[in-house]
Design a protein around this ligand. Structure first.
Ligand code: UD1
Length: 426
């Protein structure tokens, strides 16, 4: 696997086209199993998690074609087979198949999902919701077997607004007889996108965008077309890059309306931000100002941008405080940032960051998708060369992080691992 190699201390200047949203497209792909027609999805990001979901759909008998960011899925001849263990383990979103498989075939067999190591990531809320809709579920070791002889509508109340559990519940409810009311639902924009997608295919869903969703189930879904919105987390990563490296960036295709908390944090840190429909211009002169922020469910500050803000805070002019409330192990990136000279103390759920400029280049390891991207961003403000490994995680969610940042003035590329020896970094 190649490593990311960054020569730091170059200011950014240029444009980046923001890819389609990973967290929006994956549940849509899973939901395609519910359709008896061809589904066409445009603006699909070419990332490993999408390729993995594509493989799973093909294993289940769907005819899929992905060309130039346009995906078609024809699930008419799909069959209800067990989902292969390896595919489930490589991606958290494999859990998203549970609702659609139950809805379509009345049975599902999957394995406990893998993905990023950012905390315990239980699935009790997913299973509880599906059980309330009439599924019998047995968990044996790492295997999950679910069955239902006809799902039925129900009243569901989530004690915590889990994104994935809300999505699974909506997809199963679409295939259930009767009406399902989901309260305490997560309000992330990706749920809105999934509901809009399902409505395009004939589902009856109201309350979209709120914490209470009403799904009128039972009707078969037909084919249709949908365009995936831009990825707010990728756009937020590049906002973080501008904060960290300084300069001016135009983020085209960024879903600015979904990014209120990130944009507010960036402007508190000193960025000048101009927002137009589907684009964000950010200009950053000097070092970032320190920031205090807390990750929360949407519309709060997204946990997926916590690591990149940790990188930006590491070079701020003063002390920042970042509190994580969603995934307990997201702070594992702090350990790697310290290798680049960052001064971060973790106390419970809060990171206290004493900003320093510049960081110093070194070899670091990305252990999760967003943490890996944050380390590449930190390298932009490091003197000398920074090598980031863990690209296998990063490419699960970023089509081409190096190409994007290099196109905007950074000196960053993917290199063969052996070049680190030449640079004396191993
Ligand atoms: C999704 C996103 C992820 C993002 C997260 C929070 C996808 C593919 N991933 O993950 O990028 O960081 O939302 O915005 O869309 N929980 C339970 N029981 C459950 C489910 C969740 O206790 O059954 C807890 C989790 O441990 C975590 C919190 O709820 O502490 C949030 O998890 P959730 O919203 O479910 O995140 P994901 O859907 O896994």
């Amino acid at each position: 696997m190649p490593v990311i190699c960054v020569q730091g201390l170059r200011r950014l200047n240029g444009e980046i086209w923001i890819q389609g949203s990973k967290n929006a497209v994956l549940p849509m792909m899973a939901a395609s199993l519910l359709c008896r027609g061809t589904v066409t999805i445009a603006n699909v990001p070419l990332i490993e998690d999408v390729f993995c979901m594509l493989e799973i759909l093909r294993t289940l008998g769907c005819r899929c074609d992905l060309r130039e960011h346009v995906l078609t899925v024809d699930a008419r001849d799909a069959v209800g087979r067990p989902v292969p263990e390896e595919a489930c383990r490589s991606m958290r979103s494999s859990i998203m198949l549970l609702g659609p498989l139950l809805g379509r075939f009345g049975a599902a067999q999957i394995w406990y999902p893998g993905g990023c190591s950012i905390g315990s990531r239980p699935i009790d809320l997913h299973l509880g919701a599906l059980r309330s809709l009439g599924a019998q579920i047995v968990v044996e070791g790492e295997q999950i077997r679910a069955q239902a002889s006809g799902l039925h509508g129900a009243r569901l109340r989530f004690p915590y607004p889990s994104v994935g559990a809300t999505e699974n519940a909506v997809m199963a409810a679409v295939a259930s007889e009767g009406t399902t009311r989901i309260s305490g639902a997560a309000r992330e924009p990706e749920i809105e996108a999934l509901c809009d997608f399902l409505r395009t295919l004939g589902a009856g869903i109201s309350g979209i965008g709120s914490g209470t969703l009403t799904v009128t189930g039972g009707s078969l879904l037909h084919g249709g077309s949908f365009t995936v919105p831009g990825d707010r987390i990728v756009a937020g990563t590049y906002l973080g890059a501008a904060l960290t490296a300084g300069g001016e960036l135009l983020l085209r295709g960024a879903p600015e309306g979904q990014m209120g908390a990130a944009l507010a944090a960036a402007s508190r840190m000193g960025a000048e931000i101009a927002v137009e429909p589907c684009s964000i211009r950010i200009k950053m002169t000097g070092r970032p100002r320190p920031v205090s922020l807390t990750t929360e469910p949407y519309p709060g500050f997204p946990t997926d941008l916590q690591s990149v803000m940790l990188a930006a805070a590491s070079v701020a002019e003063g002390d920042s405080f970042i509190r994580e409330t969603v995934f307990e192990e997201r702070f594992s990136t702090a350990k790697e940032l310290r290798k680049l000279g960052a001064h971060i103390i973790i106390n419970g759920g809060t990171a206290a960051v004493e900003g320093r400029w510049p960081l110093c280049g070194g070899s670091v390891s990305g252990r999760d998708l967003r943490g890996g991207a944050a380390l590449a961003v930190a390298g932009l403000a490091a003197e000398g060369t920074t090598f980031v490994d863990g690209y296998a995680h990063i490419r699960r969610g970023y089509e081409d992080i190096c190409g994007d940042l290099a196109g905007a003035g950074a000196e960053i590329c993917l290199e063969d691992i052996d070049r680190r020896k030449e640079h004396g970094a191993l």
